[in-house]
Design a binder for this molecule. Structure first.
Ligand SMILES: *Cc1c(COP(=O)(O)O)cnc(C)c1O
Length: 405
């Protein structure tokens, strides 16, 4: 036997540059999470692993503030969490109201349509929260609606919508709610039971500061009933919750193989959820808000204006307008090349118009905020703008000092 494709030359193990991640995700992983990820793998049916999975479910119920039995982590990124909710709950012919005020609402529409549903689209301007009045009007105009879907924290713009109000509207009409909390979980309040929400998904790499590739998901009893009452098989074998749950929560503990769980990623998720529990949700929310306030104080000095109005602003995702005449991509490139600092670009209609500064999980730290303000000011000054980085850092520092009681 002769091989015809020769070994490639010049490729060896690679060092990875060390970055400060202040974009829309992933966020910096905490060293404890990195250490957990690096533990030797064990079997996905090993009793020690099964015990850890049970703890992940308990920890996720705390993070989501829910008693839902069906709470676990889907093996896949946030997008697979999204798709898991839609593929299990939408059947051909179902009408679903989908709110679009950014990129991710658009992906929800795709999901509904690909699974044979009809999407009734409620549009809001990018940068605005979802308008509950428009959702109420859409529900009145479409009494046969089966579900209402929306993004709680729109990462493409930094706007947070009123999840409690939107879920209530859906419930009052007997509709399920499908809620994207990828960027909110661990950063701003996600109160699944208090909202009365039905199918909620999130992601591991935003405010949980875990490795990318896991999607916490929780389903209410009503959502489970809808799933059981399906007329047709779930059209995805991998995401069919009826099958996945024979591994994640078989009655009587008799788990069977469905797919090989990403065991190391789940070690990491367990660690990040333990850290969130030890910090306490309220403290985690307050920490995100504090660093947002500090960053904002610095941005005010630099003359940068926020895209989103103050009462709908996500502390963990700060979208600000690019100053007139500045080449936004060149700024991001310099921040990465000179300061190893990653920030995000604008998407869709906001491409070229805004930058997105993430303060998610372990990235939300005072040293990051000050590095970011100083580095950004230096890059902008180099492009001829009259900005004072020292004053911006001092303004951020003042917020930190004033917060100490
Ligand atoms: C990041 C994100 C997703 C997708 O998560 P991936 O892990 O990239 O698949 C979905 N929704 C929102 C709001 C997000 O911010």
């Amino acid at each position: 036997m002769t091989i015809r494709i020769l070994p490639p030359t010049g490729i060896t193990s690679r060092p990875v540059p060390s970055r400060v991640l202040m974009g829309p995700g992933p966020s910096d992983m905490h060293p404890r999470v990195v250490a957990a990820l690096g533990r030797p793998a064990i079997g996905h049916l090993d009793p020690a692993f099964v015990e850890m999975m049970e703890e992940i479910k308990i920890l996720l119920r705390y993070a989501f503030q829910t008693e839902n039995a069906l709470t676990f982590a889907v093996s896949g990124p946030g997008s697979v969490g999204m798709e898991t909710c839609f593929v299990n709950l939408v059947e051909p012919g179902d009408k679903v109201i989908v709110c679009r005020n950014g990129v991710f609402g658009g992906r929800m529409i795709e999901n509904v349509q690909r699974f044979g549903g009809t999407a009734v689209i409620v549009e809001d301007t990018w940068g605005e929260p979802v308008d509950p009045q428009k959702v109420a009007d859409a529900l009145n105009a479409n009494p046969d609606t089966k579900a209402v879907a929306f993004v709680h924290a729109e990462t493409s713009t930094g706007a947070q919508s009123d999840a409690a109000a939107l879920v209530r509207l859906a419930r009052d009409k007997g509709c399920l709610s499908i809620v994207d909390t990828v960027t909110s979980l661990g950063g701003t309040p996600v109160l699944v039971d208090a909202w009365g929400a039905d199918a909620i998904y999130s992601g591991s790499q935003k405010c949980l500061s875990c490795v990318p590739g896991l999607a916490p998901v929780t389903f209410s009893e009503r959502a489970v009933e809808r799933l059981k009452a399906r007329r047709q098989k779930v059209p995805s074998w991998f995401m069919d919750l009826g099958l996945v749950l024979e591994y994640w929560s078989a009655p009587g503990g008799k788990r069977t193989y469905h797919h090989t769980a990403p065991v190391n990623s789940l070690f990491a998720l367990h660690e990040s959820l333990v850290m969130l529990k030890d910090e306490g949700l309220e403290n985690a929310w307050a920490r995100h808000r504090l660093h947002h306030e500090a960053l904002k104080a610095g941005f005010d000095v630099l003359g940068l204006k926020f895209l989103v109005r103050e009462d709908a602003r996500l502390p963990q995702l700060n979208a600000v307008y690019v100053p007139a005449g500045v080449d936004e991509a060149a700024v991001r490139k310099q921040l990465l090349d000179r300061f190893s600092l990653e920030i995000g670009a604008g998407l869709g209609p906001l491409a070229g118009k805004v930058w997105r500064f993430g303060l998610m999980g372990h990235s939300a730290r005072a040293d990051n905020v000050k590095l970011c303000l100083g580095a950004l000011a230096k890059v902008l000054a180099g492009m001829g703008l009259a900005v004072d980085g020292d004053a911006a850092i001092a303004a951020a520092q003042r917020i930190y000092i004033d917060t100490v009681r």
